[in-house]
Design a protein around this ligand. Structure first.
Ligand SMILES: [Zn+2]
Length: 146
């Protein structure tokens, strides 16, 4: 079990990240509303604009995904299960949790999962935005596009 101080630290990390993502999501919204007003103009290179817009959408999907993960982590923190690996039920180290508070896997299980993921990656999801960073990676899918 984590002690109170450790739980407090994790909560803070999660809440800071949550606030940051919410701000980003709002910026994204402002961007797409701005775009609505730009329809009909041809001053912006259209393909360029499409590209920016779809990047924006993908970022917002990613934010939604991460926000869900953060909410889940906060729930687990409240329940006192945040440091339990959901795969093998071993304890997840506090240092690992602090670095990746949304993780649900211990390092061994995570490495195992990453091996599988890399195998999947090479079959499709290439390129990307180069934004695989601190938090656990979104899995493609779930987002509906028209
Ligand atoms: Zn595990």
């Amino acid at each position: 079990m984590l002690n109170e101080k450790e739980r407090g630290q994790l909560k803070e990390v999660l809440e800071v990240e949550q606030a940051r993502l919410l701000r980003n999501a709002q910026d994204g919204l402002a961007f797409s509303m701005n775009r609505e007003r730009n329809i009909g103009r041809d001053s912006i290179d259209e393909s360029m604009e499409e590209e920016i817009f779809s990047t924006e959408l993908r970022l917002r999907d990613r934010e939604k995904f991460l926000l869900n993960k953060i909410k889940g982590a906060l729930d687990r923190l409240t329940e006192g299960t945040i440091d339990e690996c959901e795969s093998c039920a071993e304890k997840i180290g506090f240092k690992r949790l602090l670095a990746r508070p949304v993780t649900t896997l211990c390092i061994e299980c995570k490495e195992e999962a990453e091996k599988l993921e890399k195998a999947e990656d090479s079959q499709g999801r290439q390129g990307g935005l180069g934004i695989r960073e601190d938090l656990d990676e979104p899995v493609a899918g779930g987002a509906t596009e028209e």
